[in-house]
Design a protein around this ligand. Structure first.
Ligand SMILES: C[S@@+](CC[C@H](N)C(=O)[O-])C[C@H]1O[C@@H](n2cnc3c(N)ncnc32)[C@H](O)[C@@H]1O
Length: 279
């Protein structure tokens, strides 16, 4: 039997309004599928597992998200619906990322964004990635461009362990270095300044913008990720400029764009900031 799409497969088994809900909330990380299945749709669990097994034959584990990404480490809660292994290897842009989704944050949904940033990195740049997780930004940058050095700072010890393993797995140890610890404690002590600082930040990103300024070179770029309501996007841009200028820098927000949804009408945005003058 052919699996077709999930909606067709469930057409005679699910209520119509439930089918509409199911279109969102599926993510595949390596051989793990994560599904967002609220309690009232649990009656479809066995049919969904069957569909996944037919349609995505490489999937070994199916996890149901039972809590949103939360806490300092940005990890969600999961219930295992099928299989047992929660460690896997995700692939993007020719890189491999070992990850246990129960222990550290990783999403395949930002892979396009990582490529966008990596392609901006010029030959010989020094790059700092704050909130580096298991290393996808630093490693994709090192593999797609030719920076002289990429440092990633990460506070979750489990994420750091995978980050270090991923540096080895991708053979980028000559360029990428993982620094364990809180960016507030680690960044001020890093040697020298950076041409580019990437801040794929946790929910409270705004607290950390001033930290980037102490390490950015004049003529450098900051990629600042933050969450905002759709109606706050311009306001946030003005806030960023004000925060930077009040510390004696001049800047231009060259571009900003949505790169992920967080809640109804609340999205993740990235602002590409050019620091034209430093005090
Ligand atoms: C949204 S995740 C992004 C991870 C990674 N950049 C990625 O794209 O997969 C944010 C990461 O920041 C880390 N983190 C949160 N607060 C931190 C802090 N104060 N210092 C360093 N890392 C922090 C979390 O543990 C988490 O791994």
């Amino acid at each position: 039997m052919k699996a077709g799409n999930l909606k067709d497969y469930l057409r005679n088994k699910a209520r119509k309004e439930d089918l509409d809900y199911l279109r969102r909330g599926f993510e595949i990380i390596g051989d793990i599928m994560i599904i967002d299945l609220p309690d009232h749709l649990l009656y479809l669990k066995h049919d969904i597992i069957q569909w996944v097994m037919m349609k995505h034959r490489h999937v070994k584990t199916i996890l149901r998200k039972t809590g949103e990404v939360s806490g300092e480490f940005r990890i969600a809660d999961y219930e295992i619906l099928y299989g047992s292994e929660t460690e896997t290897i995700a692939r993007e842009h020719g890189c491999r990322f070992k990850i246990d989704v129960r222990k550290a944050y990783y999403t395949s949904r930002l892979s396009g964004e990582r490529e966008r940033i990596a392609r901006k990195v010029k030959f010989g740049e020094r790059v700092l990635v704050m909130f580096a997780g298991v290393g996808p930004y630093p490693i994709v940058i090192a593999r797609l461009s030719k920076p002289s050095e990429v440092i990633g700072v990460e506070v979750n010890p489990e994420a750091v362990r995978y980050f270090e393993e991923n540096i080895r797995l991708n053979k980028v140890g000559d360029v990428v270095r993982a620094v364990p610890g809180d960016v507030r404690a680690e960044v001020p002590g890093l040697e020298g300044k950076f041409d580019r600082i990437v801040m794929p930040a946790p929910y409270n990103a705004d607290e950390f913008l001033s930290l980037a300024l102490i390490k950015i070179k004049e003529g450098g770029n900051i990629h600042f990720y933050t969450f905002a309501g759709e109606e706050e996007v311009q306001e946030k841009r003005e806030w960023i400029i004000k925060e930077i200028e009040k510390r004696g820098f001049s800047c231009e927000v060259e571009n900003f764009r949505e790169c992920g949804n967080f809640a109804p009408r609340v999205n993740r945005y990235v602002y590409d900031i050019f620091i034209s003058e430093a005090p």
